[in-house]
Design a protein around this ligand. Sequence first.
Ligand code: MTE
Length: 438
Amino acid sequence: MRDPGRVQRAPENFLDATQIAEVQAGRRDFLRGAFMAAAAMGAGRAGAAEAGDPAILNLPEHSRSLGQPVAARGYGLPSSHEKNLQRRESPGLTRVGGSSVSFAPLQGLFGIITPNGLHFERHHQGWWDIDPTQHRLMVMGLVREPKVYTMDDLMRLPAVSRMHFIECGANTGMEWGNVAVPTVQYTHGMLSCCEFTGVKLSTLLDDCGFDRKNGKFVLAEGADGSSLTRTIAMERALDDVMVAWAMNGEMLRPENGYPLRLVVPGIQGVSWVKWLRRIKVGDEPWATKDEALHYVDLMPDGTQRQYSSIQECKSVITTPSGGQTLLDKGFQNVTGLAWSGRGRVKRVDVSFDGGRNWRTARLESPVLPKCLTRFNIDWVWEGGPVILQSRAMDETGYVQPKINQLRTVRGTRSIYHNNAIQSWKVAESGEVTNVQAY
Ligand code: MTE
Protein backbone atom coordinates (compact mmCIF):
# COMPACT_ATOMS: atom_id res chain seq x y z
CA MET A 1 0.00 0.00 0.00
CA ARG A 2 2.80 2.38 0.91
CA ASP A 3 6.56 2.31 0.64
CA PRO A 4 7.95 3.87 3.81
CA GLY A 5 11.26 4.67 2.13
CA ARG A 6 9.51 6.87 -0.43
CA VAL A 7 6.77 8.20 1.81
CA GLN A 8 9.35 9.73 4.15
CA ARG A 9 9.62 13.44 3.53
CA ALA A 10 12.03 15.47 5.60
CA PRO A 11 11.12 19.15 5.94
CA GLU A 12 13.33 21.21 3.69
CA ASN A 13 14.65 23.70 6.21
CA PHE A 14 16.55 20.83 7.81
CA LEU A 15 18.43 19.88 4.66
CA ASP A 16 21.16 21.31 2.46
CA ALA A 17 20.59 22.20 -1.21
CA THR A 18 21.56 18.77 -2.60
CA GLN A 19 19.38 17.01 -0.06
CA ILE A 20 16.46 19.27 -0.90
CA ALA A 21 16.86 18.39 -4.58
CA GLU A 22 16.89 14.69 -3.67
CA VAL A 23 13.83 15.05 -1.49
CA GLN A 24 11.98 16.97 -4.19
CA ALA A 25 12.82 14.28 -6.71
CA GLY A 26 11.64 11.71 -4.18
CA ARG A 27 8.46 13.68 -3.59
CA ARG A 28 7.56 13.63 -7.25
CA ASP A 29 8.05 9.85 -7.13
CA PHE A 30 6.00 9.76 -4.00
CA LEU A 31 3.12 11.72 -5.48
CA ARG A 32 3.08 9.49 -8.53
CA GLY A 33 3.26 6.43 -6.26
CA ALA A 34 0.49 7.78 -4.04
CA PHE A 35 -1.74 8.39 -7.05
CA MET A 36 -1.14 4.89 -8.41
CA ALA A 37 -1.73 3.36 -4.97
CA ALA A 38 -4.97 5.30 -4.52
CA ALA A 39 -6.10 4.34 -8.03
CA ALA A 40 -5.24 0.70 -7.39
CA MET A 41 -7.08 0.73 -4.06
CA GLY A 42 -10.15 2.34 -5.55
CA ALA A 43 -10.22 -0.10 -8.41
CA GLY A 44 -9.46 -2.93 -5.98
CA ARG A 45 -12.58 -2.15 -4.04
CA ALA A 46 -14.51 -2.42 -7.29
CA GLY A 47 -12.83 -5.77 -7.88
CA ALA A 48 -11.01 -4.71 -11.07
CA ALA A 49 -7.55 -3.46 -10.01
CA GLU A 50 -5.79 -4.76 -13.13
CA ALA A 51 -8.34 -3.62 -15.67
CA GLY A 52 -7.76 0.12 -15.47
CA ASP A 53 -4.05 0.17 -14.65
CA PRO A 54 -1.77 0.84 -17.62
CA ALA A 55 1.26 -0.33 -15.63
CA ILE A 56 -0.02 -3.91 -15.82
CA LEU A 57 -1.40 -3.73 -19.39
CA ASN A 58 1.73 -2.51 -21.17
CA LEU A 59 4.62 -4.99 -21.32
CA PRO A 60 7.64 -2.88 -20.36
CA GLU A 61 11.12 -3.10 -21.89
CA HIS A 62 12.42 -5.24 -19.02
CA SER A 63 9.84 -7.93 -19.79
CA ARG A 64 10.78 -8.08 -23.49
CA SER A 65 14.57 -8.01 -23.68
CA LEU A 66 17.81 -9.19 -22.09
CA GLY A 67 18.82 -7.66 -18.75
CA GLN A 68 22.23 -6.76 -17.33
CA PRO A 69 24.94 -9.44 -17.19
CA VAL A 70 26.15 -10.99 -13.93
CA ALA A 71 28.91 -9.16 -12.06
CA ALA A 72 28.09 -5.90 -13.87
CA ARG A 73 28.77 -4.60 -10.39
CA GLY A 74 31.43 -6.45 -8.42
CA TYR A 75 29.88 -5.08 -5.25
CA GLY A 76 26.09 -4.78 -5.38
CA LEU A 77 24.31 -1.46 -4.89
CA PRO A 78 20.73 -0.56 -3.95
CA SER A 79 18.23 0.09 -6.76
CA SER A 80 18.52 3.48 -8.43
CA HIS A 81 14.90 4.01 -7.30
CA GLU A 82 15.95 3.98 -3.66
CA LYS A 83 18.37 6.90 -3.82
CA ASN A 84 16.36 8.97 -1.39
CA LEU A 85 17.15 6.59 1.43
CA GLN A 86 20.35 8.06 2.86
CA ARG A 87 21.96 8.65 6.20
CA ARG A 88 21.75 12.36 6.73
CA GLU A 89 23.65 14.94 8.69
CA SER A 90 21.88 17.69 10.55
CA PRO A 91 23.65 20.80 9.22
CA GLY A 92 24.99 23.09 11.92
CA LEU A 93 24.94 20.47 14.67
CA THR A 94 28.72 20.73 14.98
CA ARG A 95 31.20 23.20 13.53
CA VAL A 96 33.00 20.66 11.32
CA GLY A 97 31.77 17.48 9.65
CA GLY A 98 34.63 15.50 11.16
CA SER A 99 33.05 15.77 14.59
CA SER A 100 29.44 15.29 13.59
CA VAL A 101 26.75 12.65 13.30
CA SER A 102 24.92 11.09 10.38
CA PHE A 103 21.54 9.63 11.25
CA ALA A 104 20.21 6.26 10.00
CA PRO A 105 16.93 6.49 8.02
CA LEU A 106 14.88 4.29 10.39
CA GLN A 107 11.66 5.18 8.52
CA GLY A 108 12.84 3.28 5.45
CA LEU A 109 14.33 0.17 7.07
CA PHE A 110 12.69 -3.23 7.55
CA GLY A 111 13.28 -5.97 10.13
CA ILE A 112 16.06 -5.31 12.63
CA ILE A 113 19.34 -5.31 10.70
CA THR A 114 20.82 -2.00 9.54
CA PRO A 115 22.47 -2.25 6.11
CA ASN A 116 26.15 -1.36 6.45
CA GLY A 117 25.90 1.64 4.14
CA LEU A 118 23.10 3.14 6.26
CA HIS A 119 24.60 2.51 9.73
CA PHE A 120 24.68 5.82 11.64
CA GLU A 121 28.07 7.46 12.12
CA ARG A 122 29.44 9.48 15.00
CA HIS A 123 33.01 10.65 14.96
CA HIS A 124 34.84 12.96 17.36
CA GLN A 125 37.62 13.69 14.90
CA GLY A 126 36.72 12.28 11.49
CA TRP A 127 37.12 8.77 10.10
CA TRP A 128 40.03 6.94 8.50
CA ASP A 129 40.43 3.96 6.22
CA ILE A 130 43.28 2.30 8.14
CA ASP A 131 45.57 -0.24 6.45
CA PRO A 132 44.81 -3.49 8.29
CA THR A 133 48.33 -4.82 7.70
CA GLN A 134 49.70 -1.86 9.68
CA HIS A 135 47.08 -1.89 12.42
CA ARG A 136 48.02 -3.24 15.87
CA LEU A 137 46.16 -3.87 19.12
CA MET A 138 48.15 -3.69 22.35
CA VAL A 139 46.90 -5.32 25.57
CA MET A 140 48.86 -4.07 28.59
CA GLY A 141 48.63 -2.80 32.18
CA LEU A 142 47.91 -5.30 34.94
CA VAL A 143 48.68 -8.37 32.83
CA ARG A 144 51.35 -11.07 33.17
CA GLU A 145 52.44 -10.75 29.55
CA PRO A 146 51.64 -7.56 27.58
CA LYS A 147 51.01 -8.36 23.91
CA VAL A 148 50.75 -6.60 20.57
CA TYR A 149 48.38 -8.33 18.10
CA THR A 150 48.24 -7.97 14.33
CA MET A 151 44.89 -8.42 12.57
CA ASP A 152 46.08 -11.87 11.44
CA ASP A 153 46.86 -12.80 15.05
CA LEU A 154 43.37 -11.76 16.14
CA MET A 155 41.53 -13.48 13.31
CA ARG A 156 43.15 -16.83 14.20
CA LEU A 157 41.55 -16.76 17.66
CA PRO A 158 38.17 -18.39 18.44
CA ALA A 159 35.56 -16.09 16.89
CA VAL A 160 31.94 -15.41 17.92
CA SER A 161 29.06 -13.72 16.04
CA ARG A 162 26.34 -11.83 17.92
CA MET A 163 23.50 -9.50 16.95
CA HIS A 164 23.34 -6.27 18.94
CA PHE A 165 22.03 -2.74 18.71
CA ILE A 166 24.30 0.27 19.09
CA GLU A 167 22.74 3.53 20.25
CA CYS A 168 24.60 6.78 20.86
CA GLY A 169 23.93 8.10 24.38
CA ALA A 170 22.89 11.36 22.69
CA ASN A 171 20.13 9.71 20.62
CA THR A 172 16.85 11.66 21.08
CA GLY A 173 18.96 14.18 23.03
CA MET A 174 17.56 17.16 21.15
CA GLU A 175 14.05 16.44 22.50
CA TRP A 176 14.73 16.99 26.22
CA GLY A 177 13.27 20.50 26.31
CA ASN A 178 10.64 20.34 23.58
CA VAL A 179 10.04 19.06 20.06
CA ALA A 180 13.17 19.90 18.12
CA VAL A 181 13.39 17.79 14.97
CA PRO A 182 10.80 16.63 12.45
CA THR A 183 11.47 12.98 11.57
CA VAL A 184 12.31 9.68 13.22
CA GLN A 185 15.61 9.79 11.33
CA TYR A 186 16.64 12.80 13.41
CA THR A 187 14.87 11.91 16.67
CA HIS A 188 16.06 8.28 16.88
CA GLY A 189 18.53 7.70 14.01
CA MET A 190 21.66 7.41 16.14
CA LEU A 191 20.64 3.78 16.39
CA SER A 192 21.68 0.75 14.35
CA CYS A 193 21.78 -3.03 14.71
CA CYS A 194 24.20 -5.54 13.19
CA GLU A 195 25.56 -9.02 13.47
CA PHE A 196 29.11 -8.46 14.75
CA THR A 197 31.93 -10.99 14.45
CA GLY A 198 35.11 -10.91 16.47
CA VAL A 199 36.92 -12.37 19.45
CA LYS A 200 35.62 -12.04 22.99
CA LEU A 201 37.59 -9.53 25.03
CA SER A 202 37.84 -12.17 27.78
CA THR A 203 39.80 -14.40 25.36
CA LEU A 204 42.42 -11.65 24.88
CA LEU A 205 42.57 -10.84 28.60
CA ASP A 206 43.10 -14.53 29.38
CA ASP A 207 45.72 -14.76 26.65
CA CYS A 208 47.71 -11.99 28.36
CA GLY A 209 47.12 -13.39 31.87
CA PHE A 210 45.30 -10.39 33.38
CA ASP A 211 45.58 -9.80 37.12
CA ARG A 212 42.36 -11.36 38.44
CA LYS A 213 42.77 -9.83 41.88
CA ASN A 214 43.60 -6.20 41.10
CA GLY A 215 42.42 -5.86 37.52
CA LYS A 216 39.03 -4.24 38.10
CA PHE A 217 38.68 -2.10 34.96
CA VAL A 218 39.85 -1.94 31.37
CA LEU A 219 40.53 1.19 29.35
CA ALA A 220 39.83 1.06 25.61
CA GLU A 221 41.56 3.54 23.29
CA GLY A 222 40.96 4.39 19.63
CA ALA A 223 43.62 5.12 17.01
CA ASP A 224 42.00 8.30 15.64
CA GLY A 225 43.13 11.81 16.52
CA SER A 226 40.48 12.19 19.23
CA SER A 227 42.26 9.57 21.40
CA LEU A 228 38.85 8.44 22.49
CA THR A 229 39.17 6.45 25.71
CA ARG A 230 36.53 4.76 27.83
CA THR A 231 36.64 2.79 31.08
CA ILE A 232 34.78 -0.53 31.22
CA ALA A 233 34.24 -2.50 34.43
CA MET A 234 36.00 -5.88 34.41
CA GLU A 235 32.76 -7.73 35.15
CA ARG A 236 31.28 -6.38 31.92
CA ALA A 237 34.53 -6.82 29.96
CA LEU A 238 34.51 -10.52 30.85
CA ASP A 239 30.81 -10.91 30.05
CA ASP A 240 29.81 -10.12 26.47
CA VAL A 241 32.26 -7.48 25.19
CA MET A 242 33.83 -8.28 21.81
CA VAL A 243 36.77 -7.03 19.79
CA ALA A 244 35.09 -7.11 16.38
CA TRP A 245 36.37 -6.91 12.82
CA ALA A 246 33.13 -7.69 10.95
CA MET A 247 29.56 -6.39 10.74
CA ASN A 248 26.77 -8.08 8.80
CA GLY A 249 29.02 -10.67 7.22
CA GLU A 250 31.76 -8.41 5.88
CA MET A 251 34.65 -6.47 7.34
CA LEU A 252 33.67 -3.33 9.27
CA ARG A 253 33.17 -0.22 7.19
CA PRO A 254 35.89 2.46 7.66
CA GLU A 255 33.29 4.85 9.14
CA ASN A 256 32.43 2.23 11.74
CA GLY A 257 35.97 1.46 12.90
CA TYR A 258 37.69 -0.67 10.24
CA PRO A 259 39.62 -2.79 10.90
CA LEU A 260 38.80 -3.22 14.61
CA ARG A 261 36.23 -1.91 17.07
CA LEU A 262 34.96 -2.69 20.52
CA VAL A 263 31.39 -4.01 20.81
CA VAL A 264 29.94 -3.34 24.27
CA PRO A 265 26.38 -4.75 24.14
CA GLY A 266 23.70 -2.67 25.85
CA ILE A 267 26.09 0.21 26.56
CA GLN A 268 25.99 3.67 24.97
CA GLY A 269 27.82 3.99 21.64
CA VAL A 270 30.74 6.05 22.91
CA SER A 271 32.15 2.96 24.67
CA TRP A 272 32.18 1.06 21.36
CA VAL A 273 35.65 2.36 20.63
CA LYS A 274 36.42 2.39 16.90
CA TRP A 275 39.84 1.84 15.28
CA LEU A 276 40.69 0.11 18.57
CA ARG A 277 44.43 0.13 19.30
CA ARG A 278 44.88 -0.32 23.04
CA ILE A 279 43.33 -2.17 25.97
CA LYS A 280 44.81 -1.42 29.38
CA VAL A 281 43.94 -3.31 32.57
CA GLY A 282 43.86 -1.17 35.74
CA ASP A 283 42.54 -1.07 39.28
CA GLU A 284 40.33 2.07 39.11
CA PRO A 285 38.29 4.03 36.54
CA TRP A 286 40.40 6.50 34.53
CA ALA A 287 37.88 9.38 34.45
CA THR A 288 39.16 10.45 31.02
CA LYS A 289 37.83 13.54 29.20
CA ASP A 290 35.25 11.35 27.44
CA GLU A 291 33.81 10.23 30.79
CA ALA A 292 34.45 13.16 33.19
CA LEU A 293 33.40 16.01 30.86
CA HIS A 294 31.41 14.39 28.09
CA TYR A 295 28.58 11.85 28.17
CA VAL A 296 27.54 12.99 31.66
CA ASP A 297 23.96 13.83 32.64
CA LEU A 298 23.22 17.30 34.01
CA MET A 299 20.72 16.68 36.83
CA PRO A 300 18.10 19.20 38.07
CA ASP A 301 20.23 20.02 41.17
CA GLY A 302 23.14 21.09 38.96
CA THR A 303 25.32 18.02 39.59
CA GLN A 304 26.65 15.88 36.76
CA ARG A 305 25.86 12.16 36.75
CA GLN A 306 28.82 10.14 35.39
CA TYR A 307 29.09 6.65 33.98
CA SER A 308 25.35 6.18 33.31
CA SER A 309 26.14 4.03 30.36
CA ILE A 310 23.39 1.40 30.03
CA GLN A 311 20.88 2.25 27.30
CA GLU A 312 17.56 1.75 29.08
CA CYS A 313 14.50 0.17 27.47
CA LYS A 314 13.11 2.29 24.63
CA SER A 315 10.94 2.01 21.54
CA VAL A 316 9.73 4.11 18.64
CA ILE A 317 7.14 3.78 15.88
CA THR A 318 9.02 4.11 12.59
CA THR A 319 5.95 4.01 10.29
CA PRO A 320 3.88 6.10 10.41
CA SER A 321 6.32 8.68 11.73
CA GLY A 322 7.11 12.39 11.40
CA GLY A 323 7.33 13.63 7.81
CA GLN A 324 5.26 10.75 6.39
CA THR A 325 1.71 11.04 5.12
CA LEU A 326 -1.00 8.40 5.35
CA LEU A 327 -2.43 7.92 1.89
CA ASP A 328 -5.95 6.94 2.83
CA LYS A 329 -8.26 5.98 5.66
CA GLY A 330 -8.58 2.31 6.54
CA PHE A 331 -6.12 -0.44 7.34
CA GLN A 332 -2.55 0.49 8.29
CA ASN A 333 0.34 -1.65 9.49
CA VAL A 334 1.96 0.27 12.33
CA THR A 335 5.56 -0.83 12.85
CA GLY A 336 8.54 0.10 14.95
CA LEU A 337 11.59 -0.91 16.93
CA ALA A 338 12.15 -1.68 20.60
CA TRP A 339 15.35 -2.40 22.51
CA SER A 340 16.87 -2.63 25.98
CA GLY A 341 20.47 -2.48 27.17
CA ARG A 342 19.52 -4.84 30.00
CA GLY A 343 18.35 -7.81 27.96
CA ARG A 344 15.36 -8.85 25.88
CA VAL A 345 12.28 -6.80 25.08
CA LYS A 346 9.31 -8.48 26.71
CA ARG A 347 6.36 -6.49 25.42
CA VAL A 348 5.49 -3.45 23.36
CA ASP A 349 2.15 -1.67 23.74
CA VAL A 350 0.85 0.84 21.24
CA SER A 351 -1.62 3.64 21.94
CA PHE A 352 -3.74 5.31 19.27
CA ASP A 353 -5.16 7.97 21.60
CA GLY A 354 -2.17 9.69 23.18
CA GLY A 355 -1.62 7.13 25.94
CA ARG A 356 -5.15 6.61 27.32
CA ASN A 357 -5.63 3.08 25.96
CA TRP A 358 -2.98 0.57 24.95
CA ARG A 359 -2.97 -2.55 22.76
CA THR A 360 -0.15 -5.11 22.75
CA ALA A 361 1.87 -5.32 19.52
CA ARG A 362 3.24 -8.46 17.83
CA LEU A 363 6.96 -8.96 18.42
CA GLU A 364 8.64 -10.42 15.35
CA SER A 365 11.32 -13.04 15.88
CA PRO A 366 14.13 -13.12 16.68
CA VAL A 367 13.81 -11.42 20.06
CA LEU A 368 17.41 -11.33 21.26
CA PRO A 369 19.09 -9.73 24.29
CA LYS A 370 20.53 -6.24 23.73
CA CYS A 371 19.30 -6.33 20.14
CA LEU A 372 16.61 -4.43 18.23
CA THR A 373 13.19 -6.10 18.20
CA ARG A 374 10.72 -5.32 15.40
CA PHE A 375 7.07 -4.90 16.35
CA ASN A 376 3.94 -4.67 14.20
CA ILE A 377 0.32 -3.95 15.00
CA ASP A 378 -2.81 -3.70 12.85
CA TRP A 379 -4.72 -0.44 12.89
CA VAL A 380 -7.72 0.98 11.10
CA TRP A 381 -7.47 4.75 10.75
CA GLU A 382 -10.90 6.37 10.76
CA GLY A 383 -9.51 9.57 9.27
CA GLY A 384 -9.56 11.84 12.36
CA PRO A 385 -6.58 13.33 14.22
CA VAL A 386 -4.82 10.84 16.51
CA ILE A 387 -1.65 10.56 18.57
CA LEU A 388 0.38 7.37 18.21
CA GLN A 389 2.77 6.14 20.89
CA SER A 390 4.69 2.94 21.65
CA ARG A 391 5.77 1.81 25.13
CA ALA A 392 8.28 -1.02 25.61
CA MET A 393 8.89 -3.23 28.62
CA ASP A 394 12.03 -5.34 29.03
CA GLU A 395 12.58 -8.67 30.76
CA THR A 396 13.58 -6.92 34.03
CA GLY A 397 10.03 -5.49 34.19
CA TYR A 398 11.23 -1.92 33.51
CA VAL A 399 8.68 0.12 31.53
CA GLN A 400 9.69 2.91 29.14
CA PRO A 401 8.70 6.24 30.80
CA LYS A 402 6.66 9.16 29.50
CA ILE A 403 8.67 12.31 28.79
CA ASN A 404 7.20 14.15 31.81
CA GLN A 405 8.04 11.21 34.13
CA LEU A 406 11.63 11.33 32.91
CA ARG A 407 11.79 15.11 33.29
CA THR A 408 10.61 14.87 36.91
CA VAL A 409 13.78 12.94 37.74
CA ARG A 410 16.21 14.30 35.17
CA GLY A 411 15.08 17.87 34.46
CA THR A 412 15.26 19.30 30.94
CA ARG A 413 18.92 20.26 30.57
CA SER A 414 20.42 16.85 29.81
CA ILE A 415 21.71 15.83 26.42
CA TYR A 416 22.11 12.13 26.97
CA HIS A 417 20.02 9.09 27.84
CA ASN A 418 16.53 10.19 26.81
CA ASN A 419 14.48 6.99 26.48
CA ALA A 420 11.04 8.61 26.72
CA ILE A 421 7.93 7.47 24.85
CA GLN A 422 7.76 9.17 21.43
CA SER A 423 4.49 10.69 20.19
CA TRP A 424 3.52 11.14 16.53
CA LYS A 425 0.42 13.14 15.62
CA VAL A 426 -1.59 12.08 12.57
CA ALA A 427 -3.60 15.04 11.28
CA GLU A 428 -6.89 14.73 9.41
CA SER A 429 -4.92 15.34 6.19
CA GLY A 430 -2.87 12.21 6.98
CA GLU A 431 0.30 14.23 7.67
CA VAL A 432 2.37 12.95 10.58
CA THR A 433 4.31 15.30 12.85
CA ASN A 434 6.50 15.08 15.94
CA VAL A 435 4.64 16.21 19.10
CA GLN A 436 5.08 15.77 22.83
CA ALA A 437 2.04 14.35 24.60
CA TYR A 438 1.77 13.56 28.28
N1 MTE B 1 35.69 5.59 18.66
C1 MTE B 1 36.65 6.41 18.25
N2 MTE B 1 37.92 5.95 18.21
N3 MTE B 1 36.40 7.70 17.87
C2 MTE B 1 35.12 8.20 17.92
O1 MTE B 1 34.92 9.37 17.57
N4 MTE B 1 32.78 7.77 18.51
C3 MTE B 1 32.01 7.05 19.52
C4 MTE B 1 32.11 5.54 19.31
N5 MTE B 1 33.48 5.15 19.13
C5 MTE B 1 34.09 7.35 18.38
C6 MTE B 1 34.42 6.01 18.72
C7 MTE B 1 30.62 7.40 19.57
S1 MTE B 1 30.25 8.83 20.42
C8 MTE B 1 29.64 6.58 19.10
S2 MTE B 1 28.00 6.93 19.34
C9 MTE B 1 29.95 5.38 18.32
O2 MTE B 1 31.36 5.20 18.17
C10 MTE B 1 29.32 5.47 16.95
O3 MTE B 1 29.64 4.35 16.20
P1 MTE B 1 29.34 4.33 14.64
O4 MTE B 1 30.00 5.54 14.04
O5 MTE B 1 29.88 3.05 14.14
O6 MTE B 1 27.85 4.41 14.51
